[in-house]
Ligand binder design. Structure first.
Ligand SMILES: NC(=O)c1ccc[n+]([C@@H]2O[C@H](COP(=O)([O-])OP(=O)(O)OC[C@H]3O[C@@H](n4cnc5c(N)ncnc54)[C@H](O)[C@@H]3O)[C@@H](O)[C@H]2O)c1
Length: 424
């Protein structure tokens, strides 16, 4: 099948997906739709003119020989009009999370294949609607749960499938986000836009626990609160325009100045103490899986730059797998690119000699998202060409992870354990 790709929401994620598809299938991108084309123009200029690809964000693809005509792709403010006028068979949905359900509805009416960014939607009604629309949809549909596909994830999953730690008994997983302030400097800081940081962040990790263990979640209980961000500052205040820009400990102006790095764009340097911030910045979940298997998950958005952690212990009847996306890393002093960094897996087994364990190191220096994005793009292309790719999340997997996040939020608000068996 000849790929004819369009995008709805051509910001960091959407434009990065288009660029990556273009890298593997040159000429496949046909058009894009957004309420404002400036993100697309800025990111594409990084590839075609300046060589600075930083504005593409963490899903960016490495620089490659992009056709100059890419910047002139037909642009529409209305996705419906785009799908009526252009010959398109595959759509990337990467608009704001609150718009995903409407975009899915438009795409389904036009019968196109869909790459849907996570979370699949952010309200209970929209999550249900997306699930109803796509559960039996005959076209290819994948959800971009992008921690899958990294070499370390695929290896860890294989260890569990191989029985290297026996039958899974419990999981203890942590995500201490060392760039957590970024979420509070941009549109992702309100319930209206993202629902919660569970839907925005934990959705990846919960999916990974489901994916690794192959188990069905049955019930979720959670606590959460906002401890650090939010306050009384104006919603449109940016650090560079603030009188406390050299004194405030969260000033991105001062932080970048001290590091001799350029300021991020104005829509991503908003004050983290703004009035409109109404989402929690730390959450703790406990989950019961089928067969009585238990899991804990906690996330905080206030880890220092070199104090982040993402991963956990997978505990089996025959041993423990200590799984870490990252430990020490090193950034390029000018570009901020990760020039050193690796993921690790360490397996310790009951019947090994006391000093024995196996350790694996997966280097991800200079590649985004722990090396997952390129593998997932190739997996998607394989699916679109009639092949297989279990590493790309299905709509069912995206739905289950969204249901878990909604249940956790409900538990936080009601102090109740939420049974999700009837939803999935
Ligand atoms: N899988 C991942 O690892 C990952 C990483 C980053 C972002 N995301 C997801 O991608 C989506 C976009 O995030 P981002 O970081 O690229 O944000 P962004 O702000 O860079 O891009 C979002 C784009 O959507 C556009 N948009 C908003 N409403 C729209 C509408 N009604 N119609 C068309 N376009 C619209 C905006 O103008 C903007 O250009 C979010 O759902 C986010 O959760 C996923």
């Amino acid at each position: 099948m000849e790929l004819k790709v369009a995008c709805i929401g051509a910001g960091c994620a959407g434009t990065s997906h288009m660029l990556r598809m273009e890298k593997y299938q040159p000429g496949c991108c046909i058009a894009f739709s957004d309420i404002d084309r400036s993100n697309f123009d800025r990111i594409v200029a990084g590839y075609l003119d300046t060589g600075d690809t930083r504005t593409a964000g963490d899903l960016k693809t490495e620089a490659f020989e992009l056709r100059p005509g890419f910047r002139d792709l037909p642009f529409y403010t209305d996705p419906e009009e785009m799908l009526q006028k252009e010959d398109i068979n595959t759509v990337i949905i990467a608009s704001y999370c609150s718009h995903h359900a409407a975009a899915v509805e438009t795409c389904v009416r036009h019968g196109v294949n869909i790459l849907l960014e996570k979370p699949i939607a952010i309200t209970r009604e929209d999550v249900r609607q997306v699930w109803e629309l796509l559960r039996d949809y005959p076209k290819v549909t994948v959800v971009n749960l992008s921690l899958r596909g990294s070499p370390v994830s695929e290896t860890a999953r294989r260890h569990i499938l191989n029985g290297d730690i026996g039958r899974i008994v419990s999981v203890q997983y942590v995500n201490n986000v060392h760039y957590g302030d970024n979420y509070f400097r941009r549109w992702m800081r309100t319930r209206q836009n993202v629902g919660s940081l569970l839907l925005q962040k934990a959705t990846h990790d919960l999916d990974l626990i489901n994916y690794f263990t192959g188990l069905k979640p049955e019930a979720v209980a959670a606590f959460g609160s906002r401890q650090v961000y939010g306050g009384d500052m104006p919603d449109d205040l940016t650090c560079d325009a603030c009188e406390r820009r050299m004194l405030c400990p969260m000033s991105i102006y001062r932080r970048k100045l001290d590091a001799s790095r350029p300021l991020p764009g104005s829509s991503t340097r908003l004050c983290v103490y703004a009035r409109e911030i109404d989402i929690d910045d730390n959450q703790v979940l406990v989950i019961r899986y089928e067969g009585g298997v238990t899991a804990s998950y906690s996330q905080t958005f206030n880890a220092p730059h070199h104090g982040g952690q993402r991963g956990g212990y997978f505990i089996g009847t025959e041993g423990i797998m200590d799984f870490r996306f990252y430990g020490d890393f090193e950034e390029h002093p000018d570009t901020g690119a990760y020039v050193k960094g690796a993921s690790t897996i360490r397996i310790t087994r009951f019947n090994d000699r006391p000093g024995s364990y196996t350790e694996e190191v997966h280097d991800w220096a200079n590649v985004g998202h722990f090396g997952s994005a390129e593998n997932l793009a190739q997996g998607l292309i394989s699916l679109l060409q009639g092949g297989e790719s279990p590493m790309n999340a299905s709509i069912r997997e995206g739905y289950i992870s969204a249901v878990m996040c909604l249940a956790a939020q409900e538990s936080i608000e009601t102090s109740k354990v939420i049974d999700i068996r009837q939803d999935i």
